[in-house]
Design a protein around this ligand. Structure first.
Ligand code: C2E
Ligand code: CA
Ligand code: CA
Length: 572
């Protein structure tokens, strides 16, 4: 009875085992006690390419890939003998000779008296998992666009270099940020931008020494670790090499552009003892270099950190400045040199913070521009000026043109035109009463985009002047195609009018502007002598302390009341 039941159980078990073998997606090998293969399953054949007939009677040794040494197999077998099993990753070879990784479990099967009867191996092909693993490993350490190490790997390598450093040497860090790269992306598309980043990556690679490391941190930011530096000047020399690399333009099909870079540097141990501090300090130095309008090298120094922390404080407070109503606008009259008529006023933003006190726009406007806060602030200025125009009208004062400073980010913002049109319509303001002052740096951007915005402004009747002219590099012949009204000569030239070079510049700007039918304003006019010279050269309008400092609304309203005559204002 028992033996019959055993027999049935045995038959049943064998059927079940065979079915398991059939349907298993894991490869199964069964050997006898001498490790000769007795049976394999379909998954085995699918993975290895061997049929059952190919392997029956063979030793699984035929699958050995050559990846592992004899110690590996010895350890495996000793585990099987001692513990009855082994489990691990092993590289084997398919019938066609490809090697592949598998996760393998081997079990020793013993009879009632403990003698080995069989070995069973069960395995899965883990090449897919391995591929994914190595892919993940790659993407967590490398930048996919340039195939350069990323920030994570860079930090790891920098740590290693610091730990191995024997203090005879310095370690140099160069943090490189390409200037105005965003414009390249915007003007030519991201595909071209990406191509240029790859090109820049390989150019940077060309200046690396044997153990130096170049990484791409983000976007257009790259960092170089200079592993063997003995003097800080060597770091600067390397930066010079980078500037030289950029003397050759980047080319893609018919596109050809020159890029410049802002480079910040620091050295270990002078400027920091750990990777985090060093990377931060190279970044601070780079940000400082950027302030100089790019194309600049800057070494880290402790005072920079203070400056940058002031910048950070300003940025933080600036974020809430609109909510807390900390801004006001002062207005500075612009006077027709020949008739003394006030032809307009320039709106100048003032910020008084409860802790910082008065902060100059020279300091906070660049920060607002960099952080994008200028969009909201600039919008507030426009709204405030328009309300003021309405207020003067309600007081029965003659209308006066107000010049509003417009930063490059604001000028290129898609909402500018719409906001302006809406406000002037809502408050029923005549558009000729508003003039936007854009800086010359705007004209460094894509000509078509500038022209597009300028035409839209012209269509709604808003005037435009170029501020700080002469400071940048744009020539009057370049901007002659733009629909503009006025050119403002930068106060830099006016204030040093005894300088022969400045006189020539002023004279030329006036002549050329008049040739183009544009009016000329000289700003920063402080003395009669300056005014006389400007008058002699035919300059149209002057603005400066000689006539009036920027005034509060109340002061200006008093001035208007004092000097209105025949529907206009005349300054005495
Ligand atoms: P800016 O547009 O060149 O403005 C002229 C600056 O020269 C003003 O400085 C003005 O107060 C100053 N100034 C006027 N007359 C004289 C003079 O006779 N001598 C001297 N030495 N300076 C004179 P402020 O008000 O400090 O503004 C500095 C800059 O901040 C402005 O330069 C402008 O670029 C920017 N800014 C001011 N308000 C705004 C604004 O609402 N939006 C934007 N985007 N920028 C603004
Ligand atoms: Ca201005
Ligand atoms: Ca100016």
């Amino acid at each position: 009875m028992t033996s019959l039941k055993n027999k049935i159980d045995y038959k049943n078990k064998e059927r079940i085992f065979n079915t398991v073998k059939e349907i298993s997606t894991e490869g199964i090998i069964v050997t006898d006690k001498d490790v000769n293969i007795m049976s394999v399953n379909p998954a085995f054949s699918a993975i290895t390419g061997y049929s059952t007939e190919d392997v029956i009677g063979e030793n699984p040794r035929i699958f050995a890939s050559g990846v592992h040494n004899s110690d590996f197999y010895a350890t495996m077998w000793s585990s099987i003998h001692e513990h009855g099993m082994w489990e691990g990753e092993i590289w084997n070879k398919t019938k066609s000779g490809d090697i592949f990784p598998e996760r393998l479990k081997i079990r020793r099967v013993v009879n009632e008296v403990g003698e080995t009867e069989n070995y069973i191996g069960i395995f899965t092909d883990i090449s897919k998992i391995k591929e994914t693993e190595s892919h993940i490993n790659y993407i967590s350490n490398f930048d996919l666009l340039t195939n350069l190490p990323n920030r994570y790997l860079f930090e790891k390598k920098l740590k290693e270099h610091i730990n191995q450093n024997n203090h005879n040497k310095l370690i140099g860090l160069l943090h490189i940020n390409f200037d105005r790269f965003k414009i390249i992306n915007e003007s030519f598309g991201h595909a071209v931008g990406d191509f240029f980043l790859q090109e820049l990556g390989s150019r940077l690679e060309s200046i690396l020494g044997e153990e130096d490391i170049l990484a791409r941190f983000t976007g257009d930011e790259f960092t170089i670790l200079l592993s063997t530096v003995y003097k800080a000047e060597e770091v600067e020399n390397r930066a010079k090499k980078i500037f030289q690399l950029l003397n050759t333009p980047l080319k893609y099909k018919e596109v050809e552009v020159y890029v410049t870079a802002s480079i910040g540097a620091c050295v270990y141990p002078n400027h920091g003892n750990d990777d985090e501090t060093l990377i931060k300090n190279a970044d601070i130095a780079m940000a400082k270099a950027k302030e100089h309008d790019g194309n600049t090298f800057q070494f880290f120094k402790a005072s920079l950190e203070k400056e940058m922390s002031r910048e950070f404080t300003i940025e933080t407070y600036l974020r809430n400045s609109l909510i807390f109503d900390e801004f006001s606008i002062h207005y500075q009259p612009q006077i027709d040199i020949h008739s003394n008529k006030i032809i307009g006023v320039e709106a100048l933003l003032r910020w008084k913070h409860p802790i910082l006190g008065h902060v100059s726009p020279m300091e906070f406007i660049p920060i607002a521009e960099r952080t994008g806060l200028i969009i909201k602030i600039g919008h507030w200025v426009i709204e405030e000026v328009c309300k003021q125009i309405v207020d003067w009208k309600n007081r029965g004062l003659p209308p006066i043109k107000v010049a509003i400073n417009c930063s490059p980010k604001q000028f290129f913002h898609p909402a500018l035109i719409e906001n302006l049109s809406k406000i002037i319509e809502r408050l029923e303001i005549s558009p000729e009463l508003i003039e936007l002052e854009i800086t010359e740096s705007v004209s460094m951007h894509d000509g078509n985009r500038i022209l597009n915005t300028l035409r839209k402004l012209k269509r709604i009747g808003i005037q435009v002047s170029i501020d700080d002219f002469g400071r940048g590099h744009s020539s009057l012949s370049y901007i002659k195609s733009f629909p503009l009204n006025t050119i403002k000569i930068d106060k830099l030239f006016v204030q040093d009018i005894n300088d022969e070079g400045n006189r020539v510049i002023i004279k030329t700007i006036i002549e050329m502007s008049h040739g183009l039918g544009l009016k000329v304003i000289a700003e920063g006019v402080e003395s009669l002598m300056e005014l006389q010279y400007l008058k002699k050269q035919g300059c149209d309008i002057a603005q400066g302390y000689l006539y009036s400092k920027p005034l509060t609304v109340n002061q200006l309203t008093v001035l208007f009341n004092d000097c209105k005559y025949n529907g206009s204002y005349y300054i005495s």
